[in-house]
Ligand binder design. Structure first.
Ligand code: ZN
Length: 150
């Protein structure tokens, strides 16, 4: 699927160049740092909950194109979702980037998150792609701790 692949690359380049929701949040209900020592990615994810709804989500930090674009896409799809929807999305996303590349059965539509599907062909990149999600999970649980991918 060369067309699809080119499209995915374009999405990653775009989100890396102009990341969405790339800012410090002044009044988060939770935040957490994610550190991927293998690659050197360091991200902080902020979340503000309104009851069970994710009212706002943002991130700051530095990292490779995969970690940054993944964080950017994540924040752009999660706003307005419930905590449960976010957790469910993480499970599906994680499955997408860790499933066997020859397995074409997992055709569940993940929308924008599909752009990271190619990562599963590069196992070392999986930690880059999931870093923001791990940080988000920690941010949803509470406060300011650092999650490491190691
Ligand atoms: Zn990385």
């Amino acid at each position: 699927m060369p067309d699809k692949r080119a499209l995915y690359e374009q999405v990653i380049i775009d989100h890396n160049r102009s990341p969405r929701n790339f800012r410090t949040m002044e009044d988060p209900t939770g935040s957490a740092r994610g550190h991927n020592p293998l690659c050197g990615d360091i991200l902080t994810v902020y979340v503000r909950m309104d009851g069970d709804l994710i009212a706002d989500v943002s991130f700051t930090g530095s990292g490779c194109a995969i970690s940054k674009s993944s964080a950017s896409i994540m924040t752009s799809v999660l706003k307005g979702k419930t905590r449960q929807e976010a957790e469910h999305m993480f499970v599906k996303f994680h499955h997408m980037v860790t499933s066997d590349p020859s397995d074409t059965s997992s055709a569940e539509d993940l929308g924008k998150l599909e752009a990271l599907r190619g990562v599963r062909e590069y196992p070392i990149r999986v930690k880059c792609a999931t870093l923001a999600w791990h940080a988000l999970a920690a941010a949803l649980e509470g406060d300011g701790r650092t999650v490491r991918t190691e």
